[in-house]
Design a binder for this molecule. Structure first.
Ligand SMILES: C[S@@+](CC[C@H](N)C(=O)[O-])C[C@H]1O[C@@H](n2cnc3c(N)ncnc32)[C@H](O)[C@@H]1O
Ligand code: SF4
Ligand code: SF4
Length: 476
């Protein structure tokens, strides 16, 4: 009997090959480890059945590191899929987990960047009625009911300005009765009063309020309505008095860029947490922030990943942001998210949510994972990386384009340093070592200069990590 030993990958780890490097996804710790080309080759050969006895001393120390980190283990037979490893899960249909309901496409503000081109209430009369058909109350209730029947438990009422909708509270009640557990109202905060605050509190809703600065001049320059900041501030006080849970939405624009970042009086929660999408009025390039530090902060310019078995399996089959979500516009059109406005997959007055979910149109968008994206399909981080398809599409012109905001080139294995202010732990140039194996760092989300394109996603995962790099001293 052979006394050879072989490397097995731990059952809670997965190897993902990129064009030049590789990554080991560790579901126990949540870390994504990066392997340079040499480490990639060693691991690949070992997992294909090369015995450990074939390794040099240096290579054996590297393998020992894998074992110490519980990424690998020693087996007595060569096996890519050792008997104790779980079988790969079959593709599953994600359930509907989040609904945006745009109750109206009109608004009492005129924000310069509004992605949905909301019509100001004063101009409604001049818009032909046919151009702005809206769902009735019964239509919305049916949609909420159909969502519940599909297992959806999270809904956001948005707009336009949802507080303009006369039946907002009745629709919230419907959602509550149908056991939605997460009910959020996204508002510009100008129309709240004491009575409405009390009624929202009684219904146990969450609020999201748009605040674009911590001073009236700048905020009102964004909304183009004088007094909007003062009213939003009053709302914040009322909300606090009624102890309604609230988060803030602050889009980073040229107008407010100087007030949201370093040394800003803005509370952490306000520091430009939302990246401008070049959609609707937001497509005006004069709105783009132009401070280099802010532009950089919106770039993916160093590895910043975490993983879990569930998110990994999800990303292998589905678009990590779109899958399980739907937005319904005021006219009943169904789009994959509020930014994907041109990708109408149907209308709730013609089809049920059940039929829409199973339609090839929506399935194709939900299934648009990174294996379908140019360049990303060759990247070892593709099952841990975030994605905003509407943003990538608008910046690069194609639905399957890699986002222009990522500086990683999986073919060379390098992050562009030209516009990076972050030191990369993944940087082979920091060491002369032939084998580099490092944990990809998860940036502190409290870092005022860190921006993510995922901020529209209320169920984004928490962060937190330790640093780790393993590099060999140069062979003597
Ligand atoms: C469309 S509004 C609807 C709710 C409400 N009227 C409000 O402003 O809070 C929802 C959020 O999207 C943000 N938003 C609008 N246009 C955007 C764009 N082009 N890119 C990114 N976010 C945008 C708004 O600033 C707001 O925080
Ligand atoms: S972003 Fe919101 S508040 Fe501003 S115009 Fe659009 S819908 Fe109205
Ligand atoms: S955006 Fe694409 S290339 Fe960049 S890290 Fe993510 S998956 Fe890799």
């Amino acid at each position: 009997m052979s006394s050879e030993q072989f490397l097995w990958l731990n059952q809670d780890a997965e190897l993902v090959l990129g064009a030049s490097r590789a990554a080991i996804y560790d579901f126990k710790s949540g870390h994504v480890f990066s392997l340079n080309a040499v480490a990639r080759q060693i691991v690949t050969q070992l997992l294909q059945g090369a015995p450990l006895s074939s390794l040099s001393e240096t290579e054996s120390s590297f393998v020992q590191q894998l074992i110490n980190r519980e990424l690998g283990e020693i087996g007595s037979t060569p096996s890519l899929t050792p008997p104790h490893r779980k079988q790969q899960q079959a593709p599953f249909l994600p359930r509907l987990k989040f609904l945006w309901l745009e109750l109206t496409d009109s608004c009492n503000l005129r924000c310069v960047h509004c992605y949905m081109n909301a019509t100001h209430v004063s101009e409604l009369k001049s818009v032909p009625a046919r151009a702005r058909p809206s769902l009735t109350n019964r239509d919305w209730m049916r949609v909420i009911q159909q969502g519940a029947e599909l297992g959806c438990r999270a809904v956001q009422f948005t707009g336009g300005e949802p507080l303009l909708h006369p039946d907002l509270l009745a629709l919230i009640d419907t959602a509550r009765q149908l056991e939605y557990s997460y009910i959020e109202v996204f508002t510009n905060g100008t129309l709240l009063n004491e009575s409405l605050s009390a009624q929202l509190k009684a219904r146990d809703v969450q609020l999201a309020i748009s605040l674009h600065a911590v001073n009236a001049v700048t905020h009102d320059q964004v909304t183009l309505v004088p007094g909007s900041y003062a009213r939003a501030q009053q709302s914040v006080q009322m909300i606090s008095k009624h102890e309604i849970p609230v988060r803030f939405g602050t889009t980073t624009l040229k107008t407010n860029q100087n007030e949201l970042f370093a040394n800003s009086p803005a509370p952490q929660a306000l520091r430009g947490n939302n990246v401008l999408r070049p959609i609707g009025r937001g497509a005006n390039s004069n709105l783009n922030p132009d401070q280099p530090q802010i532009i950089e902060s919106a770039m993916k310019s160093a590895p910043d990943f975490q993983t879990s078995r569930a998110s990994f399996e999800y990303a292998r089959h589905w678009n990590i942001c779109w899958a399980g979500k739907m937005a319904i516009t005021a006219s009943g059109d169904v789009i994959p998210c509020v930014f994907g406005r041109e990708r109408v997959v149907g209308n709730v007055n013609q089809e049920s949510l059940h039929d829409l979910i199973s339609s090839p149109n929506l399935q194709s968008l939900w299934g648009f994972n990174k294996d379908r994206v140019e360049v990303c399909r060759d990247c070892e981080y593709r099952y841990a990386c975030s994605d905003c398809r509407p943003l990538a599409e608008k910046l690069n012109g194609e639905l399957d384009a890699k986002t222009a905001r990522c500086t990683y080139d999986p073919y060379t294995g390098e992050w562009s340093k030209a516009n990076s202010s972050f030191a990369s732990l993944d940087d082979d140039h920091q060491t002369n070592s032939p084998i580099v194996f490092s944990v990809t760092k998860i940036f502190d989300r409290k870092d005022p200069f860190h921006r993510s394109e995922d901020e529209c996603d209320p169920d984004r995962p928490p962060s937190g990590d330790e640093d780790f790099t393993f590099a060999f001293p140069e062979a003597t």
